[in-house]
Each structure stands twice: as C-alpha cells, then as structure tokens.
Design a binder for this molecule. Structure first.
Ligand SMILES: *Cc1c(COP(=O)(O)O)cnc(C)c1O
Length: 363
C-alpha cells in the first residue's frame, strides 16, 4: 500500500526510534523501569527548553497543557494580556476567558510578527501575566520572543511570561531561563516526532512559586509533587514516555545541527514557493517578514487568486503527500507545508521535488 507522507504541521512523520519503542510490549507505569524513563524524559525536556526549572508530563494534547498553565498560574478575576495574531494565540485568549480571567485581548493582523510595543500596549498596571505564542503554527510566524520577553521583564517585572512553544521546541533555538520566560509548554506530535498524546509543561522558579491548585485532572500543583517520584497522579501515556526517551537520546546530543537543518529546509520551501510567485503569509503591511521571523515549523503561503485549497491538496495527495490548509481567518486563503517531522535529506529532497511539481502543474 502506498503510504501518504505527512507534510502537515502536526501530527508529523514519526521518528523511527519512536516507532521502534512503540512496537515493544506494554510496561506497567508503577515500576522502576517506567519511573526511570519518566525521569529521563523530564530531565531531557528541561535541557531542550533551556531551563533549570522543572518539566511536568501530562497525558493530553498541547491544549491540555495550555489550560493547566492558565489555571495553575492565575486565579479567576486576575488580568492577563493576550496578543492575538493567529489561531493558537486566539486559543490562549479563549482559555483565559473560559477560566474566568480578565483578558486584555489585542486583535492584531494574522500573519504579522508581534512587536514588543504591541505586547506592552496591552499591559495595564496590575497585569499578572502575558500569554504568548512563540511559533504561530497557523500563520507561519516566529515571534521575536527574546525582544518581547526583555521588554515585558523591564516594564512589568512582576508579570509572569507564559509561552506556547509547541512548534518552537526542537525547531527553533529556545532558552527559557536566559530569556526570562517563566513557563512554557509543548506537545509530543510536533517537533519531537512522536504520536499525539503527551504534553510538556516547563516551570521556572517564579512559576513554581505561584502555582496554585486548579481543577482535578490538569492540576499542576498535585502533579509536581507526584512527578518528583517519577510517577504521575493518573495513568500516564507510558508508551509515549518510552518513545520520547528513545528520540531524546538521539536528538539532544545533536540539537544544534538538527535546528540548522530544519531552518535550511524552511528556506528551501520558501525559495521554491516565492520563486514560483507565491506570497508568504508572514508579513507586515504586505512586505514579507524576514526569514528569522518565519517559523521553521511550517512554510505558509497565500493561495493565488482563483486557486482553491482543494486543488493544491489533491495535487499533493496524487503524489503521496498531505499538506494542511489555513486555519481560522486564513481558512480557504492559504496553505501550509511542513518538514517538522522525520525528514532526513533524501526524503526532504523528495518533498521539495513534489512541491516544485505541484506548482508547475497548478500555476
Ligand atoms: C499544535 C499546537 C498546539 C496544541 O494543539 P493540540 O491539538 O492541543 O495538540 C498549541 N499551539 C500551537 C502553536 C500548536 O502548533
């Protein structure tokens, strides 16, 4: 059977080490080998996030970790700032609203990289935190996190900086402690090249100090106490934890080279697309964003006038590849092509070839 390869920005092509680990027999989660893997993954992810703080594992998709962080760090009625410029930053605002926070929501053009001024403009005195999206997978933007975090830290030293790093972890350089980011999250089905089902929460010292009990299943305060012992409060997706350990063993020692390769892949995707006349989604006032403000997680292009997304999708499918459309405000107006998953050079070359063929056929 011909397999359709994923050029979608999550889920992604699995790492072969993950597939191998998942083929093993079931282990019980309350045993020493399971605890050892659990601890190794928490440590490995802390290194990848760039924090001396701790990482908690949740059996949930990334959104579960977003909710756990908002509930664990802020009380109902507290004010948080949320700049919205894509589907995932909008999700922050929706979660904060659903949990009863006072949300200072700033609606900005989708596809436009944030500026520190835009973020500070949402932060009245007394703002308890800001919810940011590092890599906005829906638009292809990589927000300038270092600049934004530095500006927030200087102007609002008491506000917590909370970052969705779902498609920047393992794709773009990340160093939470150096940047002064207090908390962040990611999920298994993106840069780590695992199946969906695990979410990761990184907590720096200030976030740990502010943690409060929230809800029942997504209670980070309780998880922190249990996970110190290498277990979780409820049955974890232990198979995914074992797979995560196997992938981390290969990825971490060579992380810089991995990030450089992903960045180079992105530049080739944009070179092919823009060379054929496509307009990238990441832009400010119609001017394409510089490459460093485009996320390595996915290239995103506007669909040319009169070309429906379905035609592009089907042209890829006919060649054994699946791409993704736009989301939210960009639905039906853009498409996304991603080499976030396991793509060694020969497979990546195949993907670039498919992209070229599709554009030659349709444009
Ligand atoms: C995928 C993704 C999420 C989480 O989505 P889930 O479907 O809940 O895993 C959150 N933020 C960003 C930027 C993402 O790309």
């Amino acid at each position: 059977m011909n397999r359709v390869r994923l050029l979608t920005p999550g889920p992604v092509e699995l790492h072969p080490r993950a597939r191998l680990a998942l083929a093993g027999p079931q282990v019980h989660h309350r045993t020493e080998p399971a605890r050892e893997a659990f601890r190794a993954v928490r440590r490995g992810l802390a290194a990848a996030f760039g924090t001396e703080g701790e990482v908690l594992l949740l059996t949930a998709s990334g959104t579960g970790a977003m909710e756990a962080l908002v509930g664990g760090l802020f009380a109902p009625g507290e004010r948080v700032a949320v700049p919205v410029s894509g589907k995932f930053s909008e999700r922050w605002a929706e979660i904060a609203g659903a949990l009863g926070l006072e949300v200072a929501r700033g609606d900005l053009p989708w596809g436009q990289p944030l500026t520190p001024e835009e973020v500070l403009g949402l932060m009245a005195p007394g703002t308890r935190g800001v919810l940011l999206t590092h890599s906005e997978t829906s638009t292809g933007v990589l927000n300038p996190l270092a600049e934004i975090a530095a500006a927030v830290r200087a102007a609002h030293p008491d506000a917590l900086i909370v970052v969705d790093a779902v498609t920047s972890l393992f794709l773009a350089p990340l160093a939470l402690d150096v940047l002064g980011v207090d908390a962040a999250l990611a999920g298994s089905q993106k840069g780590l090249m695992l199946p969906p089902g695990l979410a990761f929460v990184a907590l720096g010292s200030r976030a740990q100090a502010r943690l409060r009990p929230y809800g029942y299943y997504l209670n980070l305060d309780r998880e922190r106490r249990v996970q110190e012992k290498g277990e979780s409060a409820f049955t974890p997706a232990i198979n995914l934890v074992l797979a995560a350990r196997a992938v981390l063993e290969e990825l971490l020692p060579d992380l810089d080279a991995h990030l450089k390769r992903k960045r180079a892949y992105l530049e080739r995707l944009y070179a092919i697309g823009e060379g054929a006349g496509l307009r990238p989604v990441p832009a400010r006032e119609g001017v394409p964003a510089p490459m460093e403000l485009r996320t390595p997680a996915t290239a995103a292009f506007h669909l040319p006038e009169g070309l429906p997304f379905e035609a592009v999708r089907d042209a890829f499918l006919a060649r054994g590849a699946r791409i993704a459309g736009g989301q939210g405000a960009l639905k039906g107006r853009s498409f996304r092509i991603s080499l976030m998953g396991h793509y060694p050079e020969p497979e990546a070359d195949w993907a670039f070839g498919v992209f070229r063929e599709v554009l030659a056929e349709l444009l």
